[in-house]
Design a protein around this ligand. Structure first.
Ligand code: 5GP
Ligand code: MN
Length: 342
C-alpha cells in the first residue's frame, strides 16, 4: 500500500475547494461509482466537485445518482476543459497511469498546473503528489469508503454515496465472489446497506438491464467459444460484422468473457473483440488462482490490470491475433496447470 501526503491533503481540503474528479477511459461500474460517490461526499463537505470522464459509459450505469452532472471529455469538451481549468486539485480514480484516460485528455491533464490525488487499486501506479494506492483492495469504491473513513466522516455517507459505492464494489468483485472480496469488504457493504443502498435494486439496474440485441450478441459470442482443456483455457471472439448484426451498444460485451471462465476446468479466459474504429483487437483476460493475466497482458498484449482481470490490445486482424495467442499457450502449460484446481 502507498499512502502519501494524506495529512497535507486533509488540511488542503479543510477549506472549500473547486475539485475535478476523473475516471478512466471506458468507465466501468467501479470508476463511475467511485467518482460519483466521492463527488457526493465532497459536495456534502462544502466543496464544489465535478466528475469528468474521458468518454461515454454504458447505459446500465446511467441510473447512478449524480450521473446527469458528469461531463464526457470527448463530446462535452468545452464544459470539461472549463471545469478542469477552474479546479484547484484533480482526483484520479480507478486508474494508475495518465494514458488510461486516452490521448486527448492525457494531453490536457499533462498541462495541469495544480496537484493530483490518486485513489486506485491497479499495479505499478504513476507517482503523483497525493496517493492512496493499494493493489490488494477489491475496488476503488472500497478505497473511497476508506478515504471517507480516514477523514472521520463515515457519518456523512447518505443514500446517494452508499448507492454509488455499493454499485462499484459489486461490479468490481463480480458480485462479491472474487478473491479480493474480504471480510472487510462485506463489513463495508453491510454499512452501505445500513446507510441506504438498496442491494436488490442496484443488482437489478446493473445486471437485468439487457436489451434483446445484447442477448443475441451473447448467443453469437458463445457460439464462437473455443476451448483448450490441456491449457485450461477458453476464449471468445466477436468480429465487427457480428457486433453490427446485433446492434452493438457500448457495454454490451461487458462480462461476456466470464462465460468462458465459467466452464468447468477452465482457469484462463479471453475475449477478442474487433474494433474497426480504433483498428485494433481489444482483449479482456480473466483468470482464477495464481495465473497472472496482468503479467500475461503486459508481456504480450500491451496491457495490464489486476492478477485475475486485465485487458490489452493487438494491432492486426482477429485471425492473426488468435493465432498469436494460441502460439503463446504452450509456454505457459505448467503455470496454467498449477494455478488452480478448477
Ligand atoms: P476489462 O477487461 O474489464 O476491460 O478490464 C479489466 C481490467 O484491466 C481493468 O482493471 C482495467 O483497468 C484493466 N485494463 C483493461 N484494458 C487495459 C489496457 O489496455 N491497459 C491496461 N494497462 N489495463 C487495462
Ligand atoms: Mn476498479
Amino acid at each position: 500500500m502507498i499512502l502519501k501526503g494524506i495529512e497535507e491533503l486533509k488540511s488542503f481540503l479543510g477549506t472549500p475547494r473547486n475539485i475535478v474528479i476523473v475516471g478512466h477511459r471506458n468507465p466501468d461500474g467501479d470508476a463511475m461509482g467511485a467518482t460519483l460517490g466521492l463527488k457526493h461526499y465532497f459536495d456534502k463537505k462544502g466543496h464544489q466537485a465535478t466528475v469528468v470522464v474521458p468518454n461515454e459509459y454504458p447505459d446500465f450505469l446511467h441510473w447512478m445518482p449524480g450521473s446527469e452532472t458528469t461531463y464526457r471529455f470527448d463530446w462535452q469538451n468545452t464544459q470539461s476543459q472549463k471545469a478542469i481549468l477552474a479546479s484547484e486539485i484533480i482526483f484520479l480514480l480507478d486508474f494508475n497511469t495518465l494514458h488510461r484516460v486516452g490521448a486527448d485528455m492525457q494531453k490536457n491533464l499533462e498541462k495541469y498546473p495544480n496537484d493530483f490525488v490518486m485513489i486506485d487499486h491497479h499495479q505499478q501506479p504513476d507517482d503523483v503528489k497525493y496517493m492512496f494506492s493499494d493493489v490488494t483492495i477489491c475496488s476503488t469504491c472500497q478505497m473511497v469508503y476508506q478515504f471517507i473513513e480516514m477523514n472521520n466522516d463515515l457519518n456523512l455517507i447518505d443514500t446517494a454515496i452508499a448507492t454509488c459505492l455499493y454499485a462499484g464494489i459489486m461490479t468490481d468483485t463480480g458480485s462479491f465472489r472474487f478473491r479480493s472480496t474480504t471480510s472487510t469488504t462485506h463489513r463495508i457493504i453491510a454499512d452501505l446497506i445500513d446507510k441506504g443502498a438498496q442491494n436488490d435494486i442496484i443488482h437489478n439496474k446493473v445486471y437485468d438491464a439487457n436489451s434483446y440485441g445484447r442477448l443475441l450478441l451473447l448467443g453469437q459470442a458463445l457460439s464462437n467459444l473455443q476451448i483448450f482443456p490441456e491449457h485450461k483455457t477458453a476464449f471468445i471472439t466477436l468480429s465487427e460484422a457480428e457486433k453490427n448484426k446485433f446492434d452493438f451498444q457500448k457495454g454490451d460485451t461487458e462480462g461476456v468473457v466470464n462465460y468462458a471462465l465459467s466452464l468447468k476446468g477452465i482457469i484462463f479466459a479471453a475475449i477478442f473483440i474487433e474494433d474497426a474504429e480504433q483498428k485494433i483487437i481489444k482483449i479482456s483476460f480473466r483468470s482464477k488462482g495464481d495465473f497472472s493475466v496482468n503479467q500475461f497482458s503486459r508481456n504480450h498484449f500491451d496491457g495490464g490490470g489486476h492478477d485475475n482481470a486485465a485487458g490489452g490490445k493487438f494491432d492486426g486482424d482477429l485471425e492473426t491475433t488468435i493465432k498469436y495467442f494460441k502460439s503463446l499457450l504452450p509456454t505457459y502449460t505448467n503455470e496454467l496447470n498449477a494455478s488452480y484446481d478448477a
